[in-house]
Design a protein around this ligand. Structure first.
Ligand SMILES: NC(=O)c1ccc[n+]([C@@H]2O[C@H](COP(=O)([O-])OP(=O)(O)OC[C@H]3O[C@@H](n4cnc5c(N)ncnc54)[C@H](OP(=O)(O)O)[C@@H]3O)[C@@H](O)[C@H]2O)c1
Length: 323
C-alpha cells in the first residue's frame, strides 16, 4: 500500500485536512519505520490546524498513534520489527506509515489494544502528570476538574478519585452529567449553573486547593473564584479559546493564588520520564484505577469529521482514526 497521510497546507477549518500519498524513506540512525494501526485525535490537533499553535506548513497533523515496527535504523536496539508500540506528543501521526525517533516510542503491554493505546495514551499521560506531579492530589482533598466527561477529564477524574480525592467535575450537558456521575463525587453542569458558586457551596465556603482547567477562556475567572487561599490553577488547555492576558495582581486579589500552564512535553522530556509516565498510566489501566475507552472511531480519510465532532463538544473519551 502506498503510504498516505492527512496534510495541512494552510491553517483553517476542517476542510483544510487533505488525504494524500506521501513518501516514507527507510529509517535513518535512531529511527523506526512504523505501520500505524490506530491514530489518536486530540484537541491540540485542532489548535495546530487552525493556527492557534503555529507550526511549519505544510505539515502532517496528529500527535499520537499505535502500530507495529516494520524496520529499524542503525543504532536502534530497544525495538525490533514486529514490536507493538505507541507514542504521544510527536507531530505527524495522521498517516498510515511514518518514521519516528525510537526514543519517543513506548512499548504497548499485552492486554492494551492498539485502539486504546492510540486513543488514550496522550490523555492518560497528561492526567498522570497533572494529578501526580503538577499538583499532586492527596486523600481527602477536594479538587475541581473541568470537562470531566472529556478525554483528559474522564481519566483524571477517575484517577484522582482512586487516589482518595473527592472530585467535583464540570460538564456542558445533561447527558455528559449522567456519564460523569460514574467517576465524580459532584457534577456541575456549567452551561446551566455558576460553577464557582456551586464549588463554594460544596466546600462550605472554602473553595478547592486545585482546579485542573483544560477549557481555558470560558472558565478562567470562575476557576480562580473556585480556589481556596493560596490554591493553584492548573491551566492546561484552551478548548474554549486561549486565556486572555491579565494582570498578575489578580492572583493576589483572589487569594494569593498560584497559576501554572504546563504541557506534556516538559513532563516527558527525558526517556526515563516518558517511560515512567506511560508505564504508570498503563498500570492504572491494568489495576482498574482507570477505565479508559475509545468513544469514537473514524476512518483516517474522515479526520475532518472527527475534528468537527470534537470541536462541537459531541465526543466523550478517546477518539481514533483507523488507517
Ligand atoms: N497541556 C497538556 O499537556 C495537554 C495535554 C492534553 C490535552 N490538553 C488539553 O486538555 C483539554 C482536553 O483535551 P481532550 O483532547 O481530552 O478534549 P476533550 O476534553 O475530550 O474535549 C474538550 C471538552 O472541552 C469542553 N469545552 C468547554 N467549552 C468548549 C468549547 N467552547 N468548545 C469545545 N469544547 C469545549 C467540552 O466538554 P463539555 O461539553 O462537557 O463542556 C469538550 O468536550 C484540551 O484543552 C487540550 O488542549 C492539554
Amino acid at each position: 500500500m502506498t503510504p498516505h497521510a492527512i496534510c495541512v497546507h494552510q491553517p483553517g477549518d476542517a476542510t483544510v485536512l487533505s488525504y494524500e500519498p506521501v513518501d516514507v524513506a527507510a529509517p535513518g540512525a535512531g529511527e523506526v519505520l512504523l505501520r500505524q494501526t490506530a491514530i489518536g485525535v486530540n484537541f491540540i490537533d485542532i489548535y495546530f490546524r487552525t493556527g492557534l499553535y503555529p507550526t511549519n506548513l505544510p505539515c502532517i497533523l496528529g500527535q499520537e498513534a499505535a502500530g507495529v515496527v516494520e524496520a529499524v535504523g542503525p543504532g536502534v536496539t530497544e525495538f525490533q520489527p514486529g514490536d507493538r508500540v505507541a507514542y504521544a506528543g510527536v507531530m505527524g501521526a495522521y498517516a498510515t506509515h511514518r518514521l519516528i525517533n525510537a526514543a519517543r516510542l513506548v512499548p504497548v503491554p499485552d492486554g492494551v489494544s492498539d485502539e486504546l493505546a492510540a486513543g488514550t495514551l496522550l490523555r492518560g499521560m497528561t492526567a498522570q502528570y497533572l494529578i501526580k506531579r503538577t499538583f499532586p492530589v492527596a486523600p481527602g482533598m477536594t479538587v475541581l476538574i473541568h470537562a470531566a466527561a472529556g478525554g483528559v477529564g474522564q481519566i483524571a477524574s477517575q484517577w484522582a478519585r482512586a487516589l482518595g480525592a473527592k472530585v467535583i467535575g464540570t460538564v456542558g450537558s445533561t447527558s455528559k452529567a449522567e456519564l460523569a456521575r460514574h467517576w465524580c463525587d459532584y457534577v456541575i453542569n456549567y452551561s446551566e449553573e455558576d460553577f464557582a458558586q456551586r464549588v463554594r457551596e460544596i466546600t462550605g465556603g472554602q473553595g478547592v486547593p486545585v482546579v485542573y482547567d483544560g477549557v481555558g477562556a470560558a472558565t478562567f475567572e470562575g476557576s480562580l473564584d473556585s480556589l481556596s487561599l493560596r490554591g493553584m490553577l492548573v491551566s492546561f488547555g484552551n478548548a474554549s479559546g486561549a486565556v486572555p492576558p491579565f494582570a498578575p495582581v489578580l492572583l493576589s486579589q483572589k487569594g494569593s493564588l498560584f497559576l501554572t500552564r504546563p504541557t506534556l512535553a516538559h513532563y516527558t522530556a527525558t526517556r526515563e520520564e516518558l517511560l515512567a509516565t506511560a508505564a504508570d498510566y498503563f498500570a492504572a489501566l491494568a489495576n482498574g484505577m482507570v477505565k479508559a475507552g475509545v468513544g469514537q472511531r473514524y476512518a483516517l480519510t474522515d479526520a475532518a469529521q472527527a475534528h468537527r465532532d470534537l470541536a462541537a463538544r459531541k465526543t466523550t473519551g478517546g477518539i481514533v482514526l483507523l488507517p
